[in-house]
Design a protein around this ligand. Structure first.
Ligand SMILES: NC(=O)c1ccc[n+]([C@@H]2O[C@H](COP(=O)([O-])OP(=O)(O)OC[C@H]3O[C@@H](n4cnc5c(N)ncnc54)[C@H](OP(=O)(O)O)[C@@H]3O)[C@@H](O)[C@H]2O)c1
Length: 416
């Protein structure tokens, strides 16, 4: 692991806790055990606390590296695979170093913040014969799988527009992420979930056209600074029949801590022949326990994402699509490395690379939108709001237009 924070604890920890004794299994690979061997983090404090409080034998041997050489030290160990779960703007260097060291890599969303970085990582993965993948757990949410199934099967036809909102509480921006939030925005952090959902569910036979965004400042940082409280992003795609589809994605990390939807999420997509609505608070459970909600327990928990359970057959478990999607990555690595004869490894590698729900090479539209979004917010923070980025123009792949300026700026030259 590179990074050992909130997302490690929620989704990776349960995988390592279970799979060190209860192996992943596929007919091709047989049983494959996972062992968390080493961690690189900023301070190592969370690793020490975890090791001290976890009485599972394999975790007692974790090597913990900190400081400037932490990632190099981790890569010098015998690990097969590196998971990058550092803050949003600290993924690239770690992933690059791991791919150079010929490790399989899984990166938390947002994979990277620019197409230049994405190009470099995908080239390195191809050259070094390893997987480079990104975690988008919403694709494994059964409701989203059903939405995609209905669309791909032609039951819902031709998406025209939609909106998505995801509101995080103030405790995230003010507490959990206080160390790395300066200069960041909630859209890069969470709109990417919906960017991928839209791109993967309704693509690939369409093209991204335009990206614009605005937002608000003044709570997390200065009203004129570069740290954003909330962001409203609009993306426009064009279908092969030339009709456009537009999506508005609203994100925030300054919702009240006691808001009933702890991470409040709602989406609506409209089609030629239908409407899909999903509302986290309406689909799910509402729970109130005196003195325990909404702090320790949430009013509207999403047990499908992640929950701890007493199974009907007596076992204790922690499961959900947030965990499943991490296990699935390890199954893909296991298939490449142990799924048959070494002579056929290249064939297995290309089969796993062709999975565009998580392969980095299929993350181009999402990274293009993130790069455009960051450029538009950057311009707004330096006094030029209202920019738009157009995609795959004759001038270049990402072209930024400022209001009142006749000269566009190419921020990525190749085709997106
Ligand atoms: N899939 C999801 O829905 C989901 C949800 C939440 C987060 N995420 C993503 O996961 C990533 C991490 O988020 P988080 O919530 O886990 O953040 P977090 O709780 O703030 O933890 C960040 C971790 O990264 C470590 N770190 C910071 N800078 C580092 C560096 N330069 N080198 C090595 N380690 C470094 C920190 O070390 P210390 O422990 O020493 O501070 C900490 O362990 C983000 O990209 C985020 O967008 C995904």
């Amino acid at each position: 692991m590179v990074g050992f924070g909130m997302i490690f604890d929620e989704t990776y920890r349960p995988v390592f806790e279970r799979r060190c004794h209860d192996p992943l299994y596929a007919v091709e690979s047989g049983p494959v055990y996972l062992r968390l061997s080493a961690v690189a983090s900023r301070t190592g404090e969370r690793v020490s606390r975890f090791v001290a409080s976890t009485p599972i034998a394999p975790f007692q041997g974790i090597q913990s590296f900190t400081g400037a050489a932490a990632i190099a030290d981790l890569l010098a160990t015998d690990c097969h695979t590196v998971c990058v779960a550092t803050p949003d703007d600290r993924h690239f260097e770690a992933a690059r170093a791991a791919l150079i060291a010929k490790k399989h890599v899984l990166i938390e969303k947002p994979s990277v913040l620019s197409l230049r970085e994405l190009d470099e990582l995908t080239q390195l993965a191809a050259k070094n014969g390893v997987l480079a993948k990104v975690v988008y757990h919403k694709l494994a949410d059964p409701d989203h799988k059903k939405l995609r199934t209905l669309y791909q099967d032609g039951v819902l036809r031709h998406v025209n527009n939609g909106y998505c909102t995801l509101l995080e509480p103030k405790s995230i921006s003010g507490g959990q992420f206080a160390e790395w939030i300066a200069g960041r925005n909630p859209a890069t952090y969470v709109a990417v979930h919906y960017l991928k959902l839209i791109d993967f569910t309704f693509g690939p036979e369409w093209s991204l056209c335009r990206v614009s965004a605005t937002g608000q400042r003044g709570l997390v940082g200065a009203a004129t600074g570069t740290t954003w409280d909330s962001v409203q992003l609009q993306i426009v795609y064009r279908h092969p029949d030339q009709r456009e589809a537009a999506f508005d994605i609203h994100t925030s990390w300054v919702a009240p801590d006691n808001f009933p939807g702890y991470v409040d999420q709602e989406v609506q997509f409209r089609f030629d022949n239908g409407v899909w609505n999903a509302h986290q608070r309406k689909r799910g459970v509402e729970l109130t326990v005196e003195n325990r909600t909404p702090g320790e327990l949430k009013y509207t928990p999403n047990y499908h994402y992640n929950g701890t359970f007493l199974e009907p057959w007596g076992e204790r478990s922690q499961r959900g699509y947030g965990i499943e999607v991490i296990e699935r990555f390890f199954q893909e690595v296991a298939f490449v490395e142990f799924g048959g004869s070494p002579n056929e490894r290249a064939h297995r590698l290309s089969a796993m690379r062709a999975l565009d729900y998580n392969d980095l090479s299929a993350d181009r539209n999402c990274v293009a939108i993130v790069q455009a979004l960051e450029a538009v917010l950057g311009r707004a923070a330096s006094g030029t709001p209202g920019c738009v980025v157009k995609v795959n123009e004759p001038l270049g792949g990402l072209v930024l237009y400022e209001p009142g300026n006749a000269t566009p700026l190419v921020i990525y030259h190749n085709r997106v």
